[in-house]
Design a protein around this ligand. Structure first.
Ligand code: DX5
Ligand code: ZN
Length: 229
């Protein structure tokens, strides 16, 4: 996985057909997705349950590019190896998920995956500062995690602060929650390069009508690229 700061659209399969993940992943990639974002929820760290490493392993052969696994679980450490073995390219853990995020990030890198650090809307940018040399990605949540389809919370100042803090480090800024054609310019303009979008990509389409995914992805990308700094 090489580093660049071009705009990347990462459809979240939380908004896909859960009975058809393999084909859904293939469809969004064929329609222009850069990464595939996989939301793991445990009913404890967040009030919703999705799936675990076995499902990630089953999805993996259907993704040619980057499998971006967002862990909304606590504790994180006992499961890192399983998600790495399932083929995650990026494993993102929440700073709020436990007292030892530094150790968690070390363990993710030791597993061979790229390490992501997610910040909930209530967590300041400064929480990431001591960790920036340990991460490959900072994920700024623009909703409170747990569900797709929620209203976007403006985190523009936090994104700008992180962009400045990151400097020349090869660290992506990812935005997760409520990204669509209206909000994409706000986050790209503040310096984000990876845009996760669930509802805004999958709405109106299906594996039998995948061109809709392509139109949705292109619209979000165009909205973001128009203002990217
Ligand atoms: C929220 C998840 C998101 C979610 C985004 O807890 O982490 O990845 O799927 O969905 P939308 O784009 O519908 O807000
Ligand atoms: Zn997510």
């Amino acid at each position: 996985m090489s580093f660049d700061r071009k705009i990347k659209i990462a459809p979240s399969i939380l908004a896909a057909d859960f009975a058809n993940f393999g084909q859904e992943c293939e469809a969004v990639e064929a329609q222009g997705a850069d990464w595939v974002h996989v939301d793991v929820m445990d009913g404890h760290f967040v009030p919703n349950i999705t799936f675990g490493p076995a499902t990630c392993a089953a999805i993996r052969p259907h993704i040619k590019g980057v499998m971006d696994v967002h862990l909304m679980i606590a504790p994180v450490d006992p499961s890192i190896e399983a998600f790495a073995k399932a083929g995650a390219d990026v494993i993102t853990a929440h700073v709020e998920a436990g007292p030892h995020i530094h150790r968690t990030l070390q363990a993710i890198r030791a597993s061979g995956a790229k390490a992501g650090l997610a910040l909930n809307p209530g967590t300041p940018a400064s929480a990431a500062e001591p960790l920036l040399d340990l991460v490959d990605l900072v994920c700024v949540m623009t909703v409170n995690p747990g569900f797709g389809g929620q209203k976007f919370i403006d985190m523009g100042d936090k994104i700008k602060a992180l962009r400045a803090m990151i400097g020349d480090r090869p660290v992506h800024i990812e935005i997760d929650g409520g990204v669509d054609v209206t909000t994409a310019p706000l986050v790209a303009g503040a310096g984000a390069d990876v845009l996760v979008a669930g509802s805004a990509v999958f709405k109106g389409g299906s594996v039998s009508d995948p061109e809709v995914y392509g139109r949705n992805i292109r619209a979000i990308r165009a909205a973001a690229e128009g203002v990217y700094v």
